[in-house]
Design a protein around this ligand. Structure first.
Ligand SMILES: Cc1ncc(COP(=O)(O)O)c(C=O)c1O
Length: 383
């Protein structure tokens, strides 16, 4: 028996159940429309792929990358933060490349907490947060995200006796697609500073914003006691490349670098070059990708409302979060829907108890496919 208590504590994933349901739908001859996973179906910008292709033919990229080799990506990240958010960071001490935001979060928790410390987490939330908390041995206290508060947590409701080591937030939000304004981040940062809590803001959807809306970042509230995780996965459609960066509080970034030093050697240099190039591209490139998701949103939301499902019009992210009237068991509904129609969505309960009654759609198919998926879901009994 080689299972540690730490490994055992990592929660199982509802996505395995969904995977099996998709398999049964295929075996029954249905064509599967998979809206259950938030992996961008768009390609990275051509110029980014060109940089990577050239790098693979440069023998200088084959060795282990050292910290000094990460300077161009750190500088590109610092430039991006300055241009996009008006935030100035020191590229040497306040930025660190990541092998994706998810890797960064898991190691950051190990770097800044001790077992038994308290982590304040939204409910619902991106499920790997719970796994990362389990690996770090943390005591999780949840903060409900409710529609009547526009899916923003009520920090004032947290009893004074709760002294979290870390507060983890994520806006534009997965799964609710809610957004937060700069004042919210200022209040959250002030709340954290007053309690000696590190504010960690997971921000992979920063550029997937619609219309005139631009998402603010948590670092706009100051770097002291704040770390933000950025990712190229959604903003530049580079999920498989596994690259992102952490930026913010120098002490927390140094702690993260220390833990990562025991675990990895930074991303492949070619991927670092591709990511640095992606971060330096004009805003228009990111806007073009975001517009594709916006058109999908515009197709899906009315189709869901026509079913009587309650859904806000997202201003950002790649999701729609719909409350289904009468839905009590979102997992069995999602499994049945996949088996009967071939349409796979994420059950709200997969994101925590606070997600029950909802389903999440990832906008990863063209508009007409999303409309047809909504129509098919309307044929599945809810109860
Ligand atoms: C909130 C959130 N954080 C992190 C990630 C993963 O980011 P990365 O690919 O950079 O690890 C996702 C992916 O769906 C996400 O939704």
């Amino acid at each position: 028996m080689w299972l540690s208590g730490r490994a055992e504590a990592v929660p199982g994933s509802v996505f395995a159940l969904m995977d099996a349901a998709k398999g049964r739908a295929r075996a029954a001859g249905l064509s599967v429309t998979d809206l259950s996973i938030g992996s961008s179906d768009l390609p990275p910008p051509d110029a980014v792929l060109d940089v990577l292709r050239d790098a693979t033919r440069d023998a200088g990229t084959y060795r282990y990358p050292l910290f000094s080799d990460t300077a161009p990506l750190r500088e590109a990240a610092a430039d991006y933060l300055r241009r996009r958010f008006g935030v100035t960071v020191n590229a040497d001490t306040e930025v660190l490349p990541l092998i994706g935001a998810q890797e960064g979060l898991a190691h950051l928790l190990l770097a800044v907490t001790d077992p038994g410390d308290t982590l304040l987490l939204p409910d619902p939330c991106y499920p790997p947060y719970l796994g990362a908390a389990a690996v770090a041995g943390l005591n999780v206290v949840t903060l409900p995200l409710r529609p009547e508060r526009d899916f923003l947590p009520d920090l004032e409701s947290v009893p004074d006796s709760v002294r979290p080591r870390v507060l983890l937030l994520n806006y534009p939000n997965n799964p609710t697609s809610a957004v937060a304004d700069a004042a919210f981040f200022r209040e959250a940062a002030a709340w954290c500073r007053a309690r000696g809590t590190l504010l960690v803001h997971d921000n992979p959807y920063a550029e997937l914003t619609f219309g005139e809306y631009r998402a603010p970042g948590a670092l706009e509230a100051g770097l002291d006691g704040v770390v933000e995780l950025h990712s190229l996965s959604k903003t530049h459609h580079m999920g498989g490349f596994r690259v992102g960066f952490a930026a913010g509080d120098a002490g927390a970034v140094a702690a993260l670098a220390r833990v990562k030093g025991a675990v990895d050697f930074h991303p492949y240099l070619g991927i670092q070059r591709a990511a640095a190039h992606a971060l330096s591209l004009p805003d228009a490139v990111g806007r073009a990708g975001a517009a594709v998701f916006e058109a999908r949103r515009d197709a899906l939301i009315p189709a869901l409302r026509a079913l009587g499902w309650e859904v806000a019009t997202p201003q950002a992210s790649m999701y729609a979060w719909a409350r289904v009237p009468g839905l009590r068991d979102s997992v069995s509904f999602a499994v049945r829907a996949a088996e009967q129609t071939g349409v796979a969505v994420s059950p709200g309960a997969a994101f925590g108890a606070g997600g029950e009654g909802f389903v999440r759609f990832a906008l990863v198919q063209p508009p007409q496919v999303l409309r047809e998926a909504a129509r098919l879901l309307g044929t599945v009994p809810v109860g």
